[in-house]
Ligand binder design. Sequence first.
Ligand SMILES: Cc1cc2nc3c(=O)[nH]c(=O)nc-3n(C[C@H](O)[C@H](O)[C@H](O)COP(=O)(O)OP(=O)(O)OC[C@H]3O[C@@H](n4cnc5c(N)ncnc54)[C@H](O)[C@@H]3O)c2cc1C
Length: 397
Amino acid sequence: MTDHHSEELLDRIKEFVHTHVYPLEPDFLHRPFRELIPALNAKRDEVKRMGLWAPHLPKEHGGLGLALSEFALVSEELGRTPIGHYLFNCQAPDIGNMEILLTHGTPEQKQTYFEPLARGDVRSCFSMTEPEHPGSNPTWMSTTAVKDGDDYVINGHKWFTSSAEGASFAIVMAITNPEASNRYKRASQIIVPIPTPGFQLIRNISVMGDEGSDYASHAEVRYENCRVPQSNLLGQEGEGFTIAQERLGPGRIHHCMRWIGICERAFDLMCSYASRRELSPGVLLGSRQNVQEWIAESRAEINAARLLVLQTARAIDRQGAPAVRKDISLIKFFVAGILQKVLDRAIQVHGALGLTDATLLSYWYRHERAARIYDGPDEVHKTVVARSELKKYEQHD
Ligand SMILES: Cc1cc2nc3c(=O)[nH]c(=O)nc-3n(C[C@H](O)[C@H](O)[C@H](O)COP(=O)(O)OP(=O)(O)OC[C@H]3O[C@@H](n4cnc5c(N)ncnc54)[C@H](O)[C@@H]3O)c2cc1C
């Protein structure tokens, strides 16, 4: 895509988000999600009519055929509102599931699972993390899938299976090859239609005071003798970890650019409030040096974050995610940290108003604390970066 087309596309998306999506936000914040579904479906239809649907997908699958670095810019625009990605059908975890189904799915799996997901007719979830094991070490898990006749029988306990409520299938990580000497080759990804006997959604976990809805929730799930055909294996047996890594590379670009969109919106709210709130008659909050410092630092950090993420997205486009693993880890913790700082400063500038639910700030503050934990906690990503840097200094005899 040329720069001209890219700018034109971003302008159209920006205009749509400002004019058609921002007005839905008060209802999103204050009304039960199910009451919003008709309005959201109408907007999704509008996105389809405008030819902007599923921008991450290739054209032959109904998308815009954007490179990752181009989609990254779209993701930022959509990230300025909590419902942007959903309206364009590129929300997590569906976007990651679409990507892996497209790459690894059999023709039947694509027809049954990918196509309805790409059309936005169904939702999905990804079920890997277990309460009894550290999610930061995903090669260590207890869930098993054992062959029996033509089936796999899955047993295990998962939690933080986001969006399981309302999903029509789960992609489950389970150990299929416990004897493999390489611990990265023990698990596989298996598609479990919902409902399937033995798939038990135990509860939606209350997170930061919110039990969620079928728009966004984090479920505890048990698989008890959950039987699915062996044809539901995604990719090769023992390749579950490799596929998960493939999914997470672009996924971190999506998240980071969405966070930058949130930062821009919070920055906007912060500056506009500082420019109108009077501390005493005629004395604006924005005249205080500390507020100016927060504004200047936030601007510098957001701009730097965007450049880093785009640089990494371009490197993935050129070389593939495994080649730039260190850079992906670097942006993951760096941008998550900036997101938190910018949100915190914006809330501070708003005073008590920032804690109310009158703006999006408190919503994002609650929901995005998780950014430093999901898709790998900060500490794990810092270790990857530091190890890679230190390697350059290792003594070679
Ligand atoms: C909002 C949200 C949504 C999620 N959605 C999904 C989903 O859809 N599907 C799914 O399968 N999972 C999901 N997860 C789970 C997520 O991937 C895990 O929470 C994450 O991988 C961390 O695992 P853990 O919570 O078990 O923490 P642990 O691995 O137990 O780690 C606990 C803490 O220990 C520290 N730590 C861990 N490892 C190291 C290390 N090597 N060095 C130093 N310190 C370390 C870190 O500070 C870390 O926060 C979600 C989580 C959240 C919060």
